[in-house]
Ligand binder design. Structure first.
Ligand SMILES: *[C@@H]1O[C@H](CO)[C@@H](O)[C@H](O)[C@H]1NC(C)=O
Ligand SMILES: *[C@@H]1O[C@H](CO)[C@@H](O)[C@H](O)[C@H]1NC(C)=O
Ligand SMILES: [Zn+2]
Length: 387
């Protein structure tokens, strides 16, 4: 008798737990956005109109250079040579954003990038295949891949939790509401994974998901719930020489010959000018390091492009998060140029070389370099600190 009461109450508790998790999962459908009620700094409708109703002439042209995947002793050479020591026309150090994936990443070097003023953002712990896994990923999956990755950055890279603001999904594969819901619950501000091919000219500015997005959805499912306060930084596609859109510079198909420096310089500038001479939506140079490392002519063209924009009085190469901050509180270009530079970061790294470390998902053992003390196992999904 008592035993069955006990069982019954257990069942009741289980049913309640299920109810509350269902409630958590239910999100209101996003409704049409009204710019009269959705206002900066918290809210912005998806739109090609310039924040703050500035004229293009008075709008800073932001350039977002981003690199994806693991940071290691090979690609850091390129980052040092191409990015370090560069300044914008107002003498502030340039920015760039690194969407770092965990596997094979050297955290001493991530710490170096962070302390050199660049933004460290999330690109998942596993970067697993197949791509379709990311398409169906749940909120819990996304917590294990991204929210937990932020713990790794803090523990192994000595990067303050608050400095990590953004993410990019592997393969740019969206998963409906789940990534944004995870972002909201974990305090991650923006996503930069969502390409647009319909809002290229004029380009779509960053916006929030309080209300329904009008952005096209090339790699769906896209979110349709209202998820207030989460920001989308659209990846405005380039156009290749046949006008085919490409979301990353290294995914363009009809490009100039890979050894044609002048052709590539003109190709990059042509894409840039669509923004600069248009509504000045942030211009993305989204690329993987191997592409410019394997193609010396493209690398030289890229450097020429950076030298050019670093000498224009209304162009600023910045961290992606700086763009979101400007959109929240837009100021005219003259005022922007006079603002104080971003405060330099200052976190020390006493490196340890760790290994061999074993991981649950493979027979291979790993070596990794971290700031501070070594983990006991190779950090992985579900055990981000390698306990
Ligand atoms: C996102 O949430 C909305 C509102 O709850 C829902 O209608 C939609 O089906 C969800 N999208 C996906 C892909 O689950
Ligand atoms: C993901 O979901 C879609 C339907 O939304 C389904 O067709 C597909 O098979 C699923 N993929 C995986 C890997 O489960
Ligand atoms: Zn990647």
């Amino acid at each position: 008798m008592r035993w069955s009461w006990f069982l019954l109450s257990l069942l009741a508790v289980a049913a309640m737990a299920e109810d509350s998790s269902e409630e958590e999962d239910f999100l209101p459908l996003a409704e049409e956005c009204d710019p009269e009620t959705c206002r900066l700094p918290e809210c912005r409708c998806s739109s090609t109109s310039i924040p703050g109703n500035l004229s293009p002439r008075n709008t800073p042209q932001f350039v977002m250079v981003t690199f994806d995947d693991a940071v290691n002793i090979i690609n850091i050479q390129t980052y040092r040579e191409v990015l370090y020591g560069r300044t914008n026309i107002n003498d502030c150090p340039v920015g760039a954003t690194f969407y770092v994936s965990h596997e094979y990443t050297n955290y001493q070097l991530v710490n170096e990038l962070y302390n050199s003023g660049f933004e460290i953002a999330l690109h998942s712990i596993s970067h697993r295949t197949p791509q379709t896994w990311w398409q169906n990923a749940t909120v819990e999956d996304m917590k294990l891949e991204f929210a937990d990755q932020r713990l790794q950055m803090q523990q192994f890279g000595n990067i303050p939790r608050d400095a990590i603001r953004g993410l990019r999904k592997p393969f740019l594969q969206l998963s409906g509401n789940s990534t944004f819901q995870m972002m909201k619950e974990s305090g991650i501000t923006y996503d930069c994974s969502w390409p647009t091919i319909s809002f290229i000219d004029p380009g779509m500015w960053p916006y929030t998901l309080d209300h329904a997005s009008t952005q096209d959805c090339p790699i769906g499912p896209c979110p349709s719930a209202s998820i207030p306060g989460t920001w989308v930084v659209p990846m405005i596609s380039w156009r290749d020489l046949q006008n085919t859109p490409c979301s990353m510079a290294d995914s363009c198909f009809f490009t100039p010959p890979l050894n044609d420096e002048d052709g590539w310089f003109r190709f990059i500038v042509g894409n840039f000018e669509r923004h600069y001479l248009g509504n000045r939506a942030p211009f993305g140079f989204f690329v993987h390091e191997w592409y410019i490392n394997n193609n010396p002519a493209i690398r030289r063209a890229f450097i020429r492009f950076l030298d050019m924009i670093n000498n224009l009085h209304d162009v600023f190469m910045v961290n992606t998060n700086d763009v979101v901050e400007w959109v929240k509180n837009p100021v005219p270009v003259n005022e922007y140029a006079r603002q104080q530079c971003r405060r330099p970061a200052h976190t020390q790294c006493f490196p340890s070389s760790c290994g061999p470390l074993s991981a649950p998902h493979t027979e291979t053992s790993y070596w990794m370099t971290v700031c501070g003390t070594c983990p006991r196992n190779y950090p992985w999904v579900g055990n981000p600190l390698g306990n």
